[in-house]
Design a protein around this ligand. Structure first.
Ligand code: ATP
Length: 446
């Protein structure tokens, strides 16, 4: 679904450089040259991703009485992946360039004749299937009987536990099961920074509904809820689209499907897929395991297999969207008529790694430092805060670049008037606020 824009607002190079410079995201194992498709989240990135996951969890699980949480193991019985179809059909088509030996996903090459890497013409091998599951061995023997897979998605852990869950949580359809966890795919060509990884996190909701004619309405309800989620956490709607899959773009068993896509600097890319999967997944496990996973409806004294609506969102891709969407290079003219430029990340306050930074205007004035540290300690109990000191211009620049909504400065006047200067990230407006009123001030605005 590639569709490129003429002029991206921001390049991926800028995002990658900022992510590294400020400690959001680093290539994994960087001192050994990195390893393709794996990244580490630095102090700010870890907070950012945590906030993204918490926002998902809060809205999708905690605020709902019809969704229960779950946390399944990464390695499961290999038959899980036989039943789900991943062993037989979870492949990408792969081709190699015979000259430079570079490997490509066939669908990424389209009808290209020339190798994108070395420029050789007609140098491709025939396309072959390549299974995307990462393998390991369980136990001391490294033979075929010990082969196991790192899960390529979290959902199957929910399906195989469906009966355990509905019986113990005492839920009846419609109800959902949600889980956030790691997934692994041996992608042929990882890339676009953290967009296509080999180790990533998914947030998945599996919502089971009775086959009573209301399933498509339930599907639409989830599409609406997910649209609301992105809007509530500040993603610009003109860079987000909900692409409705046509019949020939959906698996045969899926009654409806919507891909949530974001306009990245390289074009539209999928963030999440929402699908009506019918009874496909439970049926597949019942068939291979021989176990009955149907729901028993007490009132009808009958068993039935519920229909499934799934929302599967990538947490790394969503975190990347938060970074890209928040990024702004802002030019303005200062009061002296001088052109200035700043980079600012306009994160939603719930997503921003830090919510307020507290500064002492001078490093070498113990009474100022002590006061500022005390204010920061007090606010830390309620907000995500950080203490810093030094040159005020540099401090503001740093906090703008990491998207902190409020900067609070303790200066010489503070010692007399017990007030501080609060600067807002977006408007750069500054106001004088009494120390005693700071918690309320921030509470109202965060
Ligand atoms: P793609 O077409 O980009 O490979 P997909 O259609 O295979 O993705 P799904 O199987 O629908 O993806 O997975 C659901 C979500 O998991 C995706 O929307 C994405 O956010 C995330 N995801 C899938 N593969 C990766 C990956 N390699 N790296 C990071 N996130 C991923």
């Amino acid at each position: 679904m590639a569709e490129t824009t003429d002029q991206p607002r921001v390049s991926m190079d800028e995002i990658t450089a900022l992510a590294k410079r400020r400690g959001f995201i680093f290539p994994s194992s960087d001192i050994y040259g990195g390893i393709g498709g794996f990244y580490d989240y630095g102090p700010l990135g870890a907070m950012l991703k945590r906030n993204v996951k918490d926002a998902w969890w809060r809205e999708m699980v905690e605020k709902r009485d019809d969704v229960v949480p779950f946390d399944s193991s990464i390695i499961m019985h290999p038959k899980v992946w036989k039943a789900s179809g991943h062993i037989d059909a979870f492949h990408d088509r792969m081709v190699d360039c015979k000259v430079c030996k570079h490997r490509f996903r066939a669908d990424h090459l389209r009808n290209a004749e020339q190798c994108p890497d070395c420029g050789s013409k007609n140098s491709f091998t025939d396309a072959r299937n390549f299974n995307l599951m990462l393998q390991t061995f369980v136990g001391p023997m490294e033979d075929s009987a010990a082969v196991a897979y790192l899960r390529p998605e979290t959902a199957q852990g929910i399906f195989v536990n469906f009966k355990n869950i509905y019986q113990t949580a005492r839920k009846r359809p419609p109800f959902g099961v949600a889980q956030i966890g790691k997934a692994f795919r041996n992608e042929i060509t990882p890339g676009n920074f953290t967009f296509r990884l080999r180790e990533f996190e998914q947030a998945e909701l599996e919502y089971f509904v009775p086959d009573d004619g209301n399933d498509l309405a339930a599907f639409d309800g989830w599409v609406k809820a997910r649209r609301q989620w992105y809007s509530d956490y500040g993603i610009k709607t003109d860079r987000l689209r909900f692409y409705e899959l046509k019949e020939d773009e959906r698996p045969h068993y899926a009654k409806a499907g919507v891909d949530v896509e974001y306009l990245f600097p390289w074009g539209w890319g999928e963030l999440e897929s929402i699908a009506h999967r019918g009874t496909y997944d439970l049926d597949a496990h019942m068939k291979l395991s021989g176990k009955d996973l149907r729901y028993f409806d007490e009132s009808q004294k009958a068993h039935y297999t519920p229909l499934l609506i799934e929302s599967s969102a990538g947490m790394d891709r969503t975190t990347l969207v938060m970074l890209v969407d928040a990024y702004e290079r802002e030019r303005s003219t200062d009061p002296n008529g001088k052109e200035t430029e700043r980079i600012v990340l306009r994160f939603h306050p719930k997503i921003a790694p830090l919510q307020a930074a507290v500064f002492s205007l001078a490093r070498n004035k113990p009474d100022l430092v002590e006061l500022a540290r005390g204010i920061e300690r007090d606010l830390r109990a309620v907000f995500r805060t950080q203490y810093d000191e030094g040159n005020i211009g540099q401090l503001y620049r740093r906090q703008d670049e990491i998207g902190t909504p409020f900067c609070i400065t303790v200066d010489y006047d503070t010692l007399d008037d017990r007030s501080v200067t609060v600067r807002q990230r977006d408007s750069m407006k500054q106001e004088r606020i009494a120390i005693d009123g700071l918690r309320n001030y921030l509470n109202d605005r965060l």
